[in-house]
Design a protein. Structure first.
Length: 164
């Protein structure tokens, strides 16, 4: 569980990126291809080694699976799942829960903001990821919601935004 009292070294943050995006991805966009390209650029050109994903359906899952898929070529890369609560997936479909469990078991680390759902656990999860990262890869198509909140938080904290 996250305590909020962790020290984040500048070196670690320089080599870290978080993801934020909507649960629904437009079928006409090649988000996966663009995502792989941006992640590889961060690894090869900027030395990014740690990637934070929030574990939600949609873009979060796609981003986590992208990082996991690249571990064959870049075994030093780490996936950290920052999750809002332990029961995040309990109401999801069976196939989505199975995909989530595979992602959990393949992650290098898992942080839980809360034991169970609270009114602010999603925002706290997003804050944690932004606070631990220099870069933020975003899939933002409309204002409002958690992705919009997280992008604005990253702007305020002067993170380097990569908009897909």
């Amino acid at each position: 569980m996250i305590t909020g009292n962790e020290y984040i070294s500048a070196d670690v943050m320089e080599q870290s990126c978080c993801f934020t995006g909507h649960r629904v991805i437009s079928s006409g966009e090649d988000i996966k291809g663009r995502l792989v390209c941006e992640v590889e650029t961060l690894i090869n050109s900027f030395g990014v080694r740690t990637f934070y994903a929030g574990g939600a359906l949609g873009f979060d899952t796609l981003a986590a699976e992208c990082v996991l898929g690249l571990k064959g070529r870049y075994p030093f890369v780490r996936l950290v799942l920052a999750l809002p609560c332990k029961n995040q997936a309990e109401k999801w479909s069976l196939s989505d829960r199975e995909r989530y469990e595979r992602m959990l078991s393949a992650a290098d680390e898992v942080y839980y903001v809360s034991e169970c759902y609270t009114a602010d656990c999603m925002h706290r999860r997003n804050d944690y990821m932004v606070e631990h990262s220099k870069y933020c890869i975003c899939y933002l198509r409309h204002s409002g919601g958690g992705t919009y909140y997280t992008v604005n938080r990253a702007k305020v904290m002067e993170k380097e935004l990569i908009m897909l």
